[in-house]
Design a protein around this ligand. Sequence first.
Ligand code: C5P
Length: 304
Amino acid sequence: MNHAQQPPITHNTCFIHAYAKINLTLDVLGRRTDGYHELLTVMQTIDLHDTLCLTTSDDNTVHITCNTPNLDNEQNLAVRAAQLIRQHFAITQGIHIELYKRIPLAAGLGGGSSDAAAVLLALQQWWQLPLTASDLNDMAAALGSDVPFFLSGGLALCEGRGERVTPLAQYWPPSMRWLLLLKPTISVSTASVFGTLTSDAYTDGSASHTVTAALQAGGMPPTDSLHNSLERSVLQCYPEVAQARHDLLKAGASLIRLSGSGPTLFAPLAELATALQVQQQLQAKGHEVYITRPIAHTRTISLF
Ligand code: C5P
């Protein structure tokens, strides 16, 4: 049989990377009547990622196995994403999801949301589903406020409860080339951070607009515009985060911000050598530290 006569290949395995994010800014504009908060936030995907492997099964169920205890259940956002797609198209084929987590949980890095977006995109491509960008965005928003961002990733300005995403031209200042992340040992619930927020933390969104304008002009934003409305409250309520910030400062980082609702702090640094020095000092104190970089999103879905 020559090449042209070969039967079509039936793929049975799909691998996908699901990247984490940081919030360069997070302006909370106010509380909405639906209980959510109106946001303006500039987000960037980073190269810390989970790996998902999807295989089909004939048992009409979605099943998950995961390297992290307590995540292999039907509440997992990756499972809920697969169920949403199957229900939408009345698909009876089952899916087995293997999830290798590297992104810390409940950390402000969007790991669960990214896994969910990865499953939506992978199944759309794998099953060649007729979903428009707007259909996908609606499905993603139904799963969580951060999920739509991960459909495109890269650098974006997100509005509403976070689900209205405007992708931005990818620019990243050289002085922020490396992103050192410190994940305090505690986990923080996004709902409780928003729940305890008082109106004095609300802003008019000018920090996010300033950062967007600076990056789109190819410049470094003023450091005081890298604002996170949740940071002060998280530092006050969680002494572990305040201690982590103190240790980061002592180790030589000068610009330090909370990512999302935390507890992860990030410190942008220009040189890898500096990042390694800071990492070494923090690890000697027992901290969980990652050195990452921004990633302009080109999602890799590998079908075998
Ligand atoms: O949308 P998601 O399920 O990720 O949000 C988790 C919780 O965080 C919400 O139930 C809500 O309490 C809070 N939240 C908010 N405003 C947002 C996003 C999240 O108050 N824009």
